[in-house]
Design a protein around this ligand. Sequence first.
Ligand code: URA
Length: 238
Amino acid sequence: MDRSEAVLRELNLYPRWVRRNQPAPVMAGQHAPVAAEVEAVAPDAAVAPAPQAGKPGWPELKQQVRDCTACRLRAGCTQTVFGVGDERADWLFVGEGPGADEDARGEPFVGQAGKLLDNMLLAIKLKRGNNVYIANIVKCRPPDNRTPTADEIAQCLPYLQRQIELIKPKLVIALGKTAAVALLGKDATIGSLRGTLHDYRGIPLIVTYHPAYLLRSPMEKAKAWQDLCLAAKTMAGG
Ligand code: URA
């Protein structure tokens, strides 16, 4: 089994069934413009963007997050989880908040849901850290992995907003309802939000299921695959 088959198997999309007399679906590896885009060399990291007056650059922002005690979450977590990846990435994936594994390691999506996220990335020829940045809506682990409250999100969101200003991604993927609702500023179901292009401050935003939800509901992986295809197509300019 080659790597792409392994990824599709992980996404519950293997073997591929094709209706008779229909062209085979375009798979990530066969989608030339996407592959070209995804494999593009990351911009020269040595050319750091000039800090904007009055706004924190990366070092100050990281320090602010480390020092933050604005809400009750900090008292209950081991460490803040800032985000990880290419700070000038075209692709930004946003989850909800750290879980136990992320709290212990200080990195987003390193547990079971993270393994699935890595495979979702691989399915569209992406790799953590390579033109990809991964962050969460809240930087501290909510107790018992509960959903962060509206006031916790309100306290933490400016950090992510500043991360997005600094990264300047070409596309944002909101993983799950909490990320989607926080970034879009409107309450709606995942079902109603996915499948279309949204706008986050001038940046296209796509909503898909949270990998932890997909682990519990593997039948929904086919829809997540559709969302990833929309994302790849959007990134390729079509
Ligand atoms: N779930 C999230 O939303 N974020 C993580 O970092 C891990 C699990």
